[in-house]
Ligand binder design. Sequence first.
Ligand code: ARG
Length: 464
Amino acid sequence: MYRRPGLGDQRDWLLDFTSSLKEDKPIFRAVVLTALAHQIHLFELGLVPEVRETISLLLDALEREEEILSGDFEDVHEALESWVMERRGGGWMAYGKSRNDQVATALRYSAIRMLISILWEINRLRGSLLDAAISNLELKIPAFTHLRPAQPSTVSHYLLYIEGELFHHYRVIWHVLRQVVDLCPLGSGPAAGSSVPLDRGRLADLLGFAGVESNTLLATGSRSFETLTLGALSSLMVVLSRFCEDLIIWSTPGINIVDLPKDHVSTSSIMPQKRNPVTLEVVRAKAGRLIGSLVTLLSVTKGLPSGYNLDLQETNERFLGALRDVRDSLRVLSDLIKGVVFREVKVEETLSQFVAEELSRRKGISYREAHSLLASALRESDWDLGRALSSLGLETPSFDEALATNVRGGPNPEKLRNEIEARRRLLRGDIDKLVEYEAEKMESERRLLDLARKIVSGSSTGVS
Ligand code: ARG
């Protein structure tokens, strides 16, 4: 077998869709847990017989994904109900619960867990960027505009720009998660409830949601929790894509600002000299897919009449696939940042704005005059700043001088050091809140399963 060398652990990232599909059964568990919460609540209400058997079978179903999904059914809900019914339970699974409120609940339940891991990955990347910013505090590179060297800057300043973008997106995603996604649709029935006296607050509690998505039509027929999520995530992926693009350009032979870690470059099957930035290319492409998924969701939903329509089913795979792509892209970049090496580059040519500013102050002339003076000196000396300056009787200033006076938010290393400390504090605060939120979600799932087991063993009587 011929395998190109390099890549190591990153090889999986490049596997094509056909191979990654095998691992993709994203909402089965959430569907079973949703059914379980509904049965537990019916048990608590003491309204129907046979719930113990159903609860026991649903607990069992959690371990039997392969078997249950292997039959020829329309969807996971039908497969599950049929599996439970064949084993003499399940007669009340649709009592006050429709597939419409159930799928909306399962999607939100899964999305909450995926968003938590996305938020973790954003924080991990933020941490790695801040570490790299501290170790490259004074490493000189130009800041670019129009992809041409513009002003003297540092690697640290650049990395803080990316971290700042991640921070903004983190806060927006956190908000969408807490305020929109984390509301429970269960109990809404197909569109406008049912006559079963379900306590929707209790159903939400059983599944660990922060609250109830109150209006039943919204709870069942809307997917704006998905479009809002993908809106924020697409914007995040655009940031990651631009980051990739910079690193791809900066690692090009001849530019050499960046050395990519060996796990992230692949050789060519024919050209021996090549080190292609393949993991970055795939992240950049994932950004395109994310935008595509957002557009898919918006287009599928825009013309729909209110309430559930089967068109919505077509969004499930796109939505969950998009969440997975974002999480994995962030993982790849965190790994890359840990091993990347930045190289100092010459920035003399970018000092001319600083010189013109200095010239106008020293000579007491307007900045416009100083600018044209220097521009013509540069033209006459074939764009060599050193020669241009000596023709004006001036010396080339140092990089440090140019940075020393720089404004807030600019690349001055001392100011950046403080900035990095401030960003670390923000990151720590975000991590503390995320730890707490994730623990609540894990605890609520544990409680749900414990309660189910107690009911089955007869140690919980339920009826209150
Ligand atoms: N499988 C559907 C989905 O995932 C839920 C089924 C709703 N079907 C229906 N005819 N109301 O969205």
